[in-house]
Design a protein. Structure first.
Ligand code: GCU
Length: 354
């Protein structure tokens, strides 16, 4: 029997058996992940958005495409800007929005079936992560330059910076009158699935979140690591800059880590989280992702009428899962990829709870 850090107890040992106590627990959890995993989540700054391009020739003319420049104001004349692309279905009224942090600025892209999203009546915003800060150890480039390293051990690492930029994009998007501010989701794949989870854990305006094949330091338990999957020791060595310095001290010994990933998932309760895995994606540890859903579920159950994870505790086969509860899990057939089926699942999951 492995030892998992206790989810349903406050740091002082008090059992978490009410929504109020869960709210306190979530604060503690965010502090733990800031200190030992992703580094600090910077405070918001004022944001403006400027439309650079606009065209109605999008998705066969059923949607309007906007290219928007998001500008973050750091005071004293210091600004940082990055583009966000937005596609809004033509129909009148406010539309639910899915914000995707992606690996590319092209849309459509193999990971973004934009026409499918629009056909399902969702608006779609896309943020290209390298426009915010490069995927490398350089902490002097772009947004990273605004957060010089202090040596605290928990300076904002790259995952925090990408997550923060998604929240700032949302600051602007919510000022628009075509977006339904009560129905906004964030989705990301792989390293950007880790980013989507961390973003939603910190930003309750994201009512829905989908982590796709997010794996190690995403939705997968570190302690139920299996042969063939990525370990925390490996990720800390190969991608140290995704995490804060303190992570290096705990990553080699998961048993001693002050967290595991069921706690990150739980920080999203009682909102709506879909964990997507893929059957041929052993590196992301599908079984450990499903296990973490089981482990996180009690966080939902302290809230009235919330059930959390309604799926099985034995492992799903390909193209199986359960997306009925507020915490859904689905294992798609296929490889490490963010595909049409993953998006359709996310939209179906949202519609189950809309
Ligand atoms: C690597 C890394 C994973 C990550 C993935 C990706 O495989 O080890 O942790 O999720 O890249 O982002 O595609």
């Amino acid at each position: 029997m492995r030892f998992f850090p206790e989810l349903m107890k406050l740091n002082d040992g008090t059992p978490v058996d009410t929504p109020q106590k869960m709210e306190l627990r979530k604060k503690e959890i965010l502090e733990i992940f800031q200190k030992y995993a992703y580094g600090d989540m910077p405070a918001p700054v004022p944001v403006t958005g400027k439309i650079l391009e606009e065209t109605g020739r999008c998705c066969s003319g059923t949607a309007v495409y906007y290219k928007i420049e998001i500008t973050c104001d750091f005071g004293n004349g210091r600004h940082f800007s990055y583009p966000v692309q937005l596609i809004v279905p033509e129909k009148a009224g406010k539309k639910p929005l899915l914000l995707c942090v992606n690996f590319d600025d092209a849309i459509p892209h193999e990971y973004i079936p934009s026409e499918e999203v629009v056909d399902n009546a969702f608006a779609l915003a896309v943020l290209y992560f390298k426009d915010v800060t490069n995927d490398d150890p350089d902490f002097t480039d772009k947004l990273a330059a605004f957060y010089p390293r202090t040596g605290s051990g928990h300076d904002p690492a790259k995952i925090s910076l990408w997550a923060w930029s998604a929240s700032r994009a949302l600051d602007y998007l919510l000022t628009r009158d075509d977006i339904d501010e009560g129905h906004v989701g964030v989705i990301g794949h792989s390293r950007l699935g880790k980013t989507a989870l961390w973003c939603a854990a910190n930003d309750i305006r994201f009512r829905y979140v989908c982590s796709n094949d997010s794996g190690c330091m995403g939705a997968a338990y570190a302690r139920s690591w299996v042969e063939g999957a990525e370990s925390t020791a490996s990720i800390a060595k190969v991608f140290p800059y995704w995490f804060c310095e303190n992570f290096q001290a705990v990553a080699n010994d998961p048993a001693a880590m002050p967290f595991d990933q069921h706690m990150l998932l739980a920080a999203i309760a009682p909102r709506y989280l879909l964990v997507n895995s893929a059957s041929k994606d052993a590196w992301a540890g599908p079984a450990s992702e499903q296990d973490a859903c089981v482990g996180a579920s009690p966080a939902w159950q302290v809230y009235e009428r919330k059930t959390g994870y309604q799926g099985k505790s034995t492992y799903y086969d390909a193209n199986e899962g359960n997306i009925k509860g507020e915490l859904g899990y689905y294992k798609r057939y296929g490889v490490h990829f963010l595909g049409r089926k993953d998006w359709l699942n996310f939209m179906e999951f949202i519609n189950n709870h809309y």
